[in-house]
Design a protein around this ligand. Structure first.
Ligand SMILES: [Zn+2]
Length: 370
């Protein structure tokens, strides 16, 4: 109730928003609370947006379970994928941003030359490894503050006729595009994607879009419903490897028990081990699913050397990847909306987190409470 009243007054008058909103605050492992918190006031260079739709992903689930993650301060506001509408703008943004504009933002921004010396990683062109990467959270709330660096580097205006439920995937899709850009793939390659959850499906879409019909893309998973979607998204083969050796299933489908590129999209030691086994001579293991630090994967270095197998870990995205993700989504080049299988009001966040853990659906989006 509070939030809708404030929303109206903020957008109508263009005055700084004030009052309270009911937002998700993460306090620790498995401890998320819907609390009344102040609606942020945009300072210089900042904007305040109403969240029209938020998306919940496996990273959110991991953050929730672990109670810690590099991208979030705890206790703190929670959620990082959203699309919305600007309600108030801070001083210095007026020329570019105004209330009523539909927008999407990434969840981070690397360091910015205007703010001082750019860090060493950014100078090397490795912005996803920025030593001062600034993250933004708070998508699981009626309003979200976009800090000035993000406003300058990773906030995008979206035409009003583009559905927020498509554009909300800009951030996770940017992570996939970042990786696709960096993985060496030859047109004759066969590529295995280990995991057909939403990120694995984004991978299928992005690879098929970029490499055309000839690239052999094989999706592996233990759930037939997900594999059916993988096939519909363009996988050449979609194989259920539950209770059977993946190499054998792969050999049956492609005539080879291994692949040139294997992408691990699940994020466990065991699936990394399985992925490594599937990499063929001269091949690449892409470690894309994040595993909590401290877990160890034993590696046969002799095999790595004599078979020239590379391990390529890829994290996060850069502003250029976010720009390209937004462009593809706006143009409708990838059918990302197909992944939405549930819509819940924000107040049911805990249930949405449970659904991610249960893997009973693909993507759940959260919409403002009526
Ligand atoms: Zn930097």
């Amino acid at each position: 109730m509070t939030s809708s009243v404030t929303s109206r007054s903020a957008s109508a008058g263009g005055m700084p928003a004030h009052g309270l909103m009911r937002a998700a605050v993460l306090h620790g492992a498995e401890d998320v609370r819907m609390e009344d918190v102040p609606i942020p006031l945009p300072g210089p260079g900042e904007v305040l947006a109403r969240v029209d739709v938020a998306s919940i992903d496996f990273t959110d689930r991991k953050v929730y379970q672990r109670g810690q993650h590099p991208m979030i301060r705890i206790p703190g506001l929670f959620g990082h994928e959203w699309a919305g509408t600007i309600v108030t703008v801070g001083p210095g943004t007026e020329g570019r941003w105004r209330p009523g504009q539909r927008v999407v933002a990434a969840n981070s921004a690397p360091c910015l030359a205007e703010e001082g010396p750019v860090c060493r990683q950014c100078r090397r062109g490795r912005q996803s490894m920025c030593e001062d990467l600034q993250y933004n959270n708070g998508a699981f709330a009626p309003f979200i503050l976009v800090p000035s660096r993000l406003v300058r580097m990773n906030l995008y205006e979206i035409a009003a006729d583009i559905p927020p439920e498509r554009i909300v995937f800009a951030e996770p899709y940017a992570c996939v595009l970042h990786a696709v850009r960096r993985v060496p793939i030859h047109p004759l390659d066969s590529v295995v994607i280990l995991g057909s959850g939403p990120m694995g499906l984004f991978w299928v879409m992005a690879l098929r879009r970029r490499y055309g019909p000839d690239l052999v893309i094989v999706s592996l998973d233990h759930q037939d419903d997900r594999l059916t979607v993988a096939k519909a998204m363009g996988a050449s083969h979609a194989l259920n490897t539950k209770g059977r050796a993946a190499a054998e299933a792969l050999g049956g489908a492609t005539g080879r028990p291994d692949a040139d590129v294997v992408i691990e999209v699940i994020g466990t030691v065991e699936t990394h081990r399985e992925a490594l086994r599937l990499v063929g001579r001269g091949g690449v293991l892409v470690s894309f699913g994040g595993v909590a630090p401290g877990q160890v994967l034993p590696v046969d270095i002799g095999r790595l050397h004599y078979e020239e197998i590379s391990v390529l870990p890829i994290y996060h995205h850069t502003p250029a990847d976010v720009t390209e993700a937004v462009r593809q989504l706006v143009a409708g080049e990838v059918p990302v909306e197909r992944l939405i299988t549930a819509r819940l009001p924000l107040s049911e966040l805990r249930r949405a987190l449970q659904m991610v853990a249960d893997r009973t659906n693909l993507r759940t989006v959260l919409i403002p409470d009526a």
